[in-house]
Design a protein around this ligand. Structure first.
Ligand code: SAH
Length: 465
């Protein structure tokens, strides 16, 4: 029996989905942060659960050839990067392996490998930053949560972010400290500024700053605007009101204090308007490769009607619209749908329509209206498809279904369900959109071999009838 406080030796054999190493001791899995597969280590047991235990490395007895010095001095404390202690080749290997194992174990596949497209750069790739605030009035600090806690690790320079984002963060902190603006304290639910949110267009260089506040205004906003104007690319300052306790970052209410309230960026040869509230992939170059793969796998012709569920600001919808006859995008957030419509207009794309609804409910009512799309693309949040969405998609029965996912486990669960409705996994490809961090993106192609290509879908006019 493993007990807390024990010092043991073990060999690391695998990784958890959040990037910790796994060692098996007496048949029990022990999770070890900062460990690399193949290493023989000495560890201390910190916690014993029913089916697993958590430990801490005390010594590396046989080091992996993939072990490297961490580029960031905060990497061990900060919960952002989890792979700074290994080379990028090992990170890519374990991410591809994670996707393969999920599809094999949870979706009954027997894939020997899943190809992964590695990122070209791991530094400065993020086009969005969300800083957490801590400290007291006059001494506000900003950083990121320590892994598994709500303890903020102040961070002066984050290597995953472009430098201008840290400059914005420093200017906001200087403003807060100069005017004694209190940072939010989540335990007491007091203080004003909760988060500094920064978005930068990778191609345009435009910067949107959004301060999330537990209140309805910002003291001395003119002074902050003046200092932010010294940052090249600064386009707009927005306040997001979030007075609710809890983990949700952005509030429901947005006030534009300066500029248009959005930025623009170019992606896949199209230009996009992006508000603070709208989802936009954080790694621009890798998102382009991912979307290209989704387009290739969907194999659209100009006679096809496609459905893009969970479409956000219409990025994938507009990419698909280049090849398809018509594409209908569905998204639940009204601001994102507004952006999506605006994005179609500004790119002169006319063969798209957007629907602001829950994806499952929309798919169900399209089914009732008699729509039979030639292809469906889904790109849901981490929790995957709802039961209703799976049912409706299965009944819409498109011959081709492309599923983009940021969580291999929910993807594999949904693939297993879709297989019970006659779909077959035709291709799976992983993409690293989050170098140094635990997440991995996957696109899979599912096909329904026995469905004849329906002829109902591609008529002229509105797909909404
Ligand atoms: N395809 C887009 C966005 C993907 S992120 C892109 O690649 O840019 C997932 C999107 O699903 C988000 O925009 C989110 O707001 C939206 N969403 C979340 N739950 C939803 C639901 N139940 N129905 C429809 N859209 C949903």
């Amino acid at each position: 029996m493993i007990e807390k406080g024990q010092i043991l030796e073990a060999v690391v054999t695998d990784y958890t989905s959040d990037g910790r190493g796994i060692a098996k001791i007496d048949g029990q899995a022990v999770f070890l942060p900062n460990a690399i597969a193949g290493e023989r280590v000495r560890l201390r047991i910190e916690h014993v659960g029913k089916t697993w235990a958590a430990g801490k490395l005390t010594e590396i007895l046989e080091s992996s050839p993939h072990r490297v010095n961490r580029a960031c001095p905060l990497a061990k404390l900060c919960g952002g990067c989890v792979f700074q202690h290994m080379d990028y080749a090992e990170e890519c290997r374990l991410k591809a392996e994670r996707v393969r194992q999920a599809l094999n174990r949870l979706a009954g596949e027997s894939l020997e490998s899943v190809p992964l497209t590695a990122a070209r750069d791991w530094q400065g790739y993020r086009n969005k930053a969300q800083y957490q605030l801590t400290g007291r009035p006059g001494h506000a600090q900003a950083g990121f949560f320590r892994a598994g806690t709500h303890q903020v690790v102040p961070c002066a320079r984050c290597l995953l972010l472009p430098e201008e984002m840290d400059r914005v963060k420093d200017l906001v902190l200087a403003h807060m400290n100069r005017y004694q603006i209190p940072p939010y304290d989540e335990t007491a639910h007091t203080g004003l500024v909760r988060h500094i949110f920064v978005r930068k267009g990778a191609v345009s260089g435009q910067i949107l700053v959004c301060l999330v506040v537990n209140g309805h205004g910002l003291p001395k906003k003119e002074a902050l605007i003046a200092s932010l104007k010294t940052v090249p690319g600064f386009r707009s300052l927005v306040l997001s009101v979030n007075e609710k306790p809890g983990n949700t970052i952005l509030g429901e209410e947005f006030w534009t204090l300066w500029g248009p309230g959005y930025i623009e960026d170019a992606l896949c040869g199209l230009t996009f308007r992006l508000s603070a509230r709208s989802f936009y992939q954080v790694n621009h170059d890798q998102a382009q490769r991912l979307y290209q793969a989704a387009l290739d796998l969907t194999e659209l012709t100009n006679r096809d009607t496609a459905l893009d569920l969970y479409c956000g600001v219409g990025t994938i919808t507009l990419v698909l619209a280049r090849q398809a006859g018509k594409v209908l995008g569905v998204e639940v957030i009204p601001q994102a749908v507004e952006d999506a419509r605006e994005n179609a207009a500004r790119n002169g794309v006319q063969n798209v329509e957007f629907l602001c609804r829950d994806a499952g409910a929309a798919a169900q009512s399209l089914l009732e209206q008699g729509l039979r799309p030639d292809a469906i693309v889904v790109d849901p949040p981490r929790k995957g498809l709802s039961g209703e969405a799976v049912q409706a998609i299965a009944q819409l029965a498109p011959p081709r279904l492309t599923y983009i996912s940021c969580d291999p486990a929910t993807l594999a669960r949904d693939v297993a369900l879709l297989k019970t409705h006659g779909y077959r996994l035709a291709a799976a490809r992983a993409f690293d959109l989050f170098p140094r961090c635990a997440h991995v993106e996957t696109v899979v192609s599912l096909i329904k071999p026995e469905v004849l290509k329906p002829c109902l879908a591609s008529g002229a006019g509105s797909i909404l009838g």
